[in-house]
Design a protein around this ligand. Structure first.
Ligand SMILES: Cc1cc2nc3c(=O)[nH]c(=O)nc-3n(C[C@H](O)[C@H](O)[C@H](O)COP(=O)(O)OP(=O)(O)OC[C@H]3O[C@@H](n4cnc5c(N)ncnc54)[C@H](O)[C@@H]3O)c2cc1C
Length: 380
């Protein structure tokens, strides 16, 4: 075991941190309040190689692993979780589904554009009636005259309104349940494909979340992604890696909230001394620091295993469950340490408190993570 970052990882962390402090931090509240998607920053992240970190250089990626990918998401989310989730949905859901399940022709056509941020990707599994029970997908893809005709609607798709490419799941064989769903690559501008309502959210407001609608959308067979009828099973594998990104998102925001609380506790004086001198405040800071460390170690273990080609269903679910729930607690304590000022938008902890809640819901709720982990524990 080796608990050290490599010199390259430290350099990467420094570079992303400097980028986030210089290019993101000054605009965070403005983007949040106006729900502005930070397109310019996303394009810059693409040029720096951060939108395709986990893909081989051959396909336009940076050739890095999930530890480096986690470092990137942590550092961006330490400043703004919205930027973290935009990058996460683009990379480990949309682009990774294409990379893992696509043909070389499909990869060559789309991956270099996605990995360099020239194109933005989104990934649509959830539907109004099929959330945790995603196998209950209702959107259909009927084979007709050599083409698939897609009809239905997806909800809560991150990046939907800004995406150039959407990976969407649709039923191709209703009688086969989980083994009757396929994945499709849908380009922006395809007739019959459009975005619907953009959600007005509690947090992560600079990221766009919304509906994706299919009305007699005709796709050639070349746009089917992966094995026919195995799109849902493939999605579960993609979510194994995706959960590492949600854990990293949680850890980044928890770190941002903790840093702010630590700083504030040394500056704020009550009863003639800094509040950091009160044991009650110290204990909060200690519990926050311990949980951040534990979450990060759990997540790096899952990332390390995935980089070695191991199956990480249990480990990534554990990391996602613990990190997201810890981050919600940590953001709450960070507000508490700020007292009344924690409730005011002039201080960053108010936003972390709102943003972080998504992490216990997206890519499988905490209840579903427990269900996934229980299945893994009971089968051994
Ligand atoms: C901001 C945001 C971004 C998102 N981005 C994407 C995206 O890019 N792509 C995408 O496909 N989806 C996305 N989602 C959807 C997200 O993955 C779902 O919201 C999530 O999986 C939960 O589904 P649901 O909202 O329908 O809740 P439900 O499934 O209706 O759950 C409601 C409650 O019931 C509980 N519950 C459900 N089933 C069980 C069970 N068997 N046992 C115990 N408890 C249970 C849940 O844990 C939850 O507490 C996003 C959601 C949000 C809010």
């Amino acid at each position: 075991m080796d608990f050290e970052y490599t010199p390259e990882q430290l350099q990467l962390r420094k570079a992303v941190r400097e980028f986030a402090d210089a290019e993101i931090a000054p605009h965070v509240m403005e983007w949040d309040e106006s729900q502005t998607f930070p397109l310019e920053v996303i394009k810059k992240l693409g040029k720096l190689g951060y939108m395709g970190a986990i893909f081989p250089e051959k396909w336009g990626g940076a050739g890095l692993g999930y530890i480096e990918y986690s470092i990137i998401i942590e550092e961006l989310s330490r400043v703004d979780g919205s930027v973290g989730i935009i990058l996460a949905a683009h990379t480990s859901l949309c682009s990774n589904h294409l990379y893992k399940m696509g043909t070389d022709e499909q990869r060559a056509r789309y991956l270099p554009k996605l990995a360099t941020g020239e194109w933005i990707g989104c990934w649509s599994l959830t539907e109004p009636e099929a959330g945790s029970d995603a196998a209950g997908t209702r959107t259909t893809a009927v084979f007709d005259d050599g083409q698939y005709v897609i009809n239905g609607a997806k909800t809560f798709t991150t990046n939907a309104h800004h995406a150039d490419l959407c990976v969407a799941m649709a039923v191709t064989d209703r009688s086969a349940a989980q083994h009757g769903i396929s994945a499709f690559l849908v380009e922006k501008g395809t007739p019959g494909f459009r975005c619907g309502k953009k959600e007005n959210k509690l947090g992560m407001r600079a990221s766009a979340t919304g509906e994706v609608i299919f009305e007699n959308c005709r796709l050639s067979e070349a746009q089917r992604l992966g094995t026919l009828n195995e799109g849902f099973v493939d999605s579960l594998r993609i979510l194994d890696g995706g959960r590492i990104s949600i854990a990293a998102l949680s850890i980044g925001m928890a770190q941002g909230a903790y840093d702010a609380a630590l700083r504030y506790s040394k500056l704020r004086k009550q009863f003639g001394r800094p509040i950091s001198e009160f044991q009650a405040i110290q204990h909060k800071l200690v519990d926050m620091a311990v949980e951040i460390d534990a979450a990060r170690l759990l997540n790096y273990r899952a990332a390390w295993m995935l980089d070695r080609g191991k199956r990480v269903t249990r480990e990534s679910s554990m990391a996602k469950l613990f990190a997201s729930e810890a981050a919600v607690r940590i953001a709450g304590e960070a507000v508490q340490i700020h007292g009344g000022y924690g409730f005011i938008k002039d201080y960053p902890v108010e936003k972390f408190y709102r943003d972080v809640k998504l992490c216990t819901i997206g890519e499988g709720t905490s209840e579903i993570q427990r269900l996934v982990i229980a299945r893994q524990l009971l089968k051994t």
